[in-house]
Design a protein around this ligand. Structure first.
Ligand code: ZN
Length: 257
């Protein structure tokens, strides 16, 4: 079985010192590929260098809404220059998006998101979307921009209808540890209803610990537990799902199998 953690922050301090060991641990748990989305200028170089020095590591360049500030608008030029120079291992723009649950000016968030959508279009790259209570607005912007390079709606929580609107826009639904919590009824129902063909798996490590692991750092090695939870929600064998989501993950980011 081969698994792909399509969203984990292994460049963060808690992992980066022993990066190779963490990657090896992930491999022992069948996680052969990982994608490191970036959060802003502060970690662009770090994700680039980690991917260049380790096999099976891919990255995305972008600006996470939580880390935007007054300087961010000037950093778009820098982001564009970096994207221009990137090759195969840079597989998406992100993570970027909107978040209505944080104290960051929504107009600033929207301006930066629109600019990142434009960069994704210019470089023909998919997007890794972050969205909290902003699904409709994100969809509006993507449609206005006629965005057609797909990507992943990361850390999905919401209804089946909401998920399908993104699927219809060409996005995969990033399913993570949320589904291991029995109280996440709406999201579990949505995921149970979604076709496996529309799903990719992610841990969002070190965030989003699984049920029973609260208070600890999440780790890509936990991806198998998300897979088994998904398998029981779908009533399908783990192996079957693993094969489909492996294909989806590579396809979403134009990576050769
Ligand atoms: Zn993230």
């Amino acid at each position: 079985m081969r698994l792909f953690d399509t969203h984990c922050h292994l460049d963060f301090e808690c992992f980066s010192e022993h990066f190779a060991d963490h990657l090896e641990t992930a491999r022992r748990h069948q996680v052969e590929r990982v994608l490191l989305p970036s959060i802003g200028m502060s970690n662009w170089q770090k994700v680039i260098s980690l991917a260049e020095h380790h096999t099976g590591v891919y990255y995305a360049l972008g600006m996470h809404p939580l880390f935007l500030n007054q300087q961010s608008e000037h950093q778009v030029t820098e982001l564009r220059l970096l994207l221009e120079r990137q090759q195969d291992l840079c597989v998406a723009v992100g993570e970027c998006g909107l978040d209505a649950m944080i104290d960051v000016d929504m107009e600033l968030q929207e301006r930066l998101f629109v600019q990142q959508v434009e960069l994704a279009i210019e470089f023909k790259l998919p997007l890794i979307l972050h969205s909290r209570k902003t699904h409709n607005r994100l969809l509006q912007i993507l449609k206005q921009k006629k965005f057609k390079f797909g990507g992943v709606l990361h850390g999905f929580s919401g209804s089946y209808q909401q998920a399908m609107q993104f699927v219809e826009c060409g996005f995969y639904i990033g399913v993570g540890g949320v589904i291991t919590y029995p109280r996440a009824m709406k999201t579990r129902q949505a995921v149970a209803q979604l076709a496996v063909e529309s799903i990719v798996l992610e841990t969002d490590s070190p965030d989003m610990p699984l049920n029973g692991h609260q208070g600890k750092n999440n780790h890509p090695k936990m991806l198998g537990e998300i897979l088994s939870c998904l398998a029981s929600l779908k009533g399908l064998p783990e192996q079957t799902i693993a094969e489909i989501v492996w294909k989806n993950s590579n396809f979403a980011f134009n990576i050769c199998e």
